[in-house]
Design a protein around this ligand. Structure first.
Ligand code: AMP
Ligand code: ZN
Length: 112
């Protein structure tokens, strides 16, 4: 999608610290980490948020979760938090579906 930051990152038009990529998804370090480990997992195909997931596009979400589990294992993450903010009130600042993976510190619940 034109003028979407994460579409441009996935396309390599804006630099990022890439951890993994394949034909469906792109994984990169968050530029403003909120934990010692903080990376983002995005589909290459633009969706505004998790609210747009439906039967026509949900396969990429299953794939993303498989890769998240694999990367967590490879990085030795015993515990991690998986977050997807939907809408501004929930804290979404970039309107391209992304999953935050946070780890490396104790976390509190409920989130703010
Ligand atoms: P959210 O606020 O849930 O929409 O998450 C967006 C995330 O993208 C934030 O954690 C930002 O720090 C991160 N972010 C914004 N711009 C970049 C960038 N150019 N490279 C990496 N992460 C970014
Ligand atoms: Zn996009």
């Amino acid at each position: 999608m034109k003028d979407c930051l994460f579409c441009k990152i996935a396309a390599g038009e804006i630099p990022s610290d890439c951890l993994y990529q394949d034909e469906q998804i792109y994984v990169f370090k968050d530029i403003n980490p909120q934990a010692p480990v903080h990376f983002l997992v995005i589909p290459r195909a633009h969706l505004d948020s998790a609210a747009q997931i439906d039967e026509t596009n949900s396969a990429v979400v299953a794939h993303a979760f498989e890769v998240i589990a694999r990367l967590a294992k490879e990085q030795g993450l015993e515990s991690f938090r998986l977050v997807s903010n939907v809408g501004e009130s929930a804290g979404q600042s970039v309107k391209h579906l992304h999953f935050h993976v946070l780890s490396g510190r104790d976390m509190t619940w409920p989130p703010g």
